[in-house]
Design a protein around this ligand. Structure first.
Ligand SMILES: Nc1ncnc2c1ncn2[C@@H]1O[C@H](COP(=O)(O)OP(=O)(O)OP(=O)(O)O)[C@@H](O)[C@H]1O
Length: 249
C-alpha cells in the first residue's frame, strides 16, 4: 500500500476562475518539498484543498491509500495532516508553555481539563518541555507570547502544530513577515523537524526554500510548470524567466 499523501488531478474553480488545474503531487514520509510560484499561483488554495478547508472541483486526495477527499478538516487533522496555525491563533497574553499545553490536551481529547490547572499532569508537561527544547524556546517558555520577537512567535506556531503529532505538515509561508535577521530561526526549526515527517513548504523566501527543500514544485496559474531538485529548478530557464526574475536573477 502506498504510504503518505498522493494527490491526483486536483482542480479547483471559483466560478469561472480556475485556481488549480490537474495538480499531481506526492508527499512520502520524510519528504521536504517546497511549493513555489508567483502571487496568485494557487499555492494556498492547494494547501486548503489538501487540509479540507476547501472542496476540490475535481481530483483525488489519498492518504496511505485511503481517499480522504470527503473528510472534514478535523478528520484529516486526526489522521495526521496538519497546516501551521496562524499567529492569530496564539493566545498572546498566555505564556509559550501555556499555549503549548492547549494542543496537547486537545489532541488527547482532554479539553475539559483546561478548566482545571493542567500543569500538574507530568505527561503533558514532559511533552510541552520536549517541544520547548526542540524549538530552542527554553529561555522564553514562561514569558507571554506577546513579549516574543515575530520570528519566535512563528516558532511557537510551528511547535503548536507539531503538538498534534502530524505525519504531513504543511508550512504556509513560515517566514512571511519575519525580519531577515530572524529567518535563520525558521530555517533551523524546519531542518530540525522529525526525519519521517512529510513536509510541504509554501514560501516566497527563496534562500529558505533552497536551503531546506529536497524537491521543488513550481506552480503557475494553478498548474504545475515544472518540478525537480533545487539544482534543476535553479537552472531551469523558464522558471528563471517566469518566476525568479529573469536569466540573470
Ligand atoms: N475564496 C475565493 N474566491 C475566489 N477566488 C479566490 C478565493 N481564494 C483564492 N482565490 C483566487 O485564487 C487564486 C489563487 O490564490 P492563492 O491564494 O491560492 O494563491 P497563492 O499562490 O497562495 O498566492 P500568494 O503567494 O499571494 O499567497 C487568486 O487569483 C485568488 O484571487
Amino acid at each position: 500500500m502506498p504510504t503518505g499523501l498522493e494527490v491526483r488531478g486536483l482542480s479547483k474553480r471559483f466560478g469561472g476562475l480556475v485556481v488549480a488545474e490537474g495538480i499531481d503531487l506526492d508527499l512520502a514520509p520524510g519528504a521536504r518539498t517546497a511549493l513555489i510560484g508567483p502571487n496568485g499561483a494557487g499555492k494556498s488554495t492547494f494547501a486548503n484543498l489538501v487540509t479540507g478547508i476547501l472542496r476540490p472541483s475535481a481530483g483525488t486526495i489519498r492518504f496511505d491509500g485511503r481517499d480522504i477527499g470527503r473528510l472534514s478538516e478535523r478528520q484529516r487533522v486526526s489522521l495526521g495532516i496538519a497546516k501551521t496555525f496562524q499567529i492569530t491563533n496564539l493566545f498572546t497574553r498566555l505564556t509559550v508553555r501555556e499555549n503549548l499545553r492547549l494542543p496537547v490536551l486537545e489532541r488527547e481529547g482532554r479539553c475539559m481539563r483546561m478548566f482545571r490547572p493542567a500543569q500538574g499532569d507530568p505527561e503533558v508537561e514532559a511533552e510541552v518541555d520536549a517541544l520547548i527544547r526542540q524549538f530552542d524556546l527554553e529561555p522564553l517558555a514562561d514569558r507571554p507570547v506577546s513579549d516574543l520577537a515575530y520570528g519566535q512567535q512563528r516558532l511557537v506556531e510551528m511547535a503548536l502544530t507539531l503538538a498534534l503529532r502530524p505525519r504531513v505538515l504543511i508550512l504556509d509561508e513560515p517566514a512571511a513577515g519575519v525580519p531577515s535577521s530572524e529567518t535563520h530561526l525558521i530555517t533551523d526549526a524546519i531542518e530540525a523537524l522529525p526525519g519521517d515527517l512529510a513536509v510541504l513548504i509554501i514560501e516566497h523566501d527563496m534562500e529558505l526554500v533552497f536551503r531546506v527543500a529536497a524537491s521543488i514544485v513550481v506552480l503557475v496559474n494553478g498548474r504545475i510548470l515544472t518540478e525537480g531538485t533545487p539544482d534543476t529548478i535553479a537552472a531551469d530557464p523558464e522558471v528563471r524567466r517566469l518566476y525568479l526574475g529573469g536569466e540573470d536573477g
